[in-house]
Ligand binder design. Sequence first.
Ligand code: DQA
Length: 153
Amino acid sequence: HKLLLINGVNLNLLGKREPDIYGHMTLADIESALTERAAAHGIELICIQSNHEGKLVDDIQHYGLLAEASVQVDAIIINPAAFTHTSVAIRDALLATQKPFIEVHLSNVHARESFREHSYLCDVAVGVICGLGHLGYHMALDYWLTHTYAITL
Ligand code: DQA
């Protein structure tokens, strides 16, 4: 049982980057908390981050479609960061996998610049969580634990 957590461009800077907007936790803090919670339920969480759109496309293709079945993930949690607002390529890669995904944003993208309101992913996501900081990732994990694996939390 595997889930994929994808973080996009600039999210390697979490903790240092505009902490008033994105919080004080580092990406490593967030990834380890989620990995531990998933592992406690027997689920492996694969965590990837890249500042490069093509690298994310390669990883989505790999874990969603190209790897042998035992390496493929069941579902995806993705914060594409700025790629949310620009990337048809990431949308197409996610669609190619036919794996369900939840879109997460730390900040409330609807309360900021208007260009952040448009997402290339939201209409094909199972759900979208924004504005709840790092807890949004936990809520997405909870959703997959309960819905994909029928785990009672
Ligand atoms: C973000 C929101 C995006 O608009 C922004 O480009 C990010 C992070 C968020 O988590 O709030 O880099 O996805």
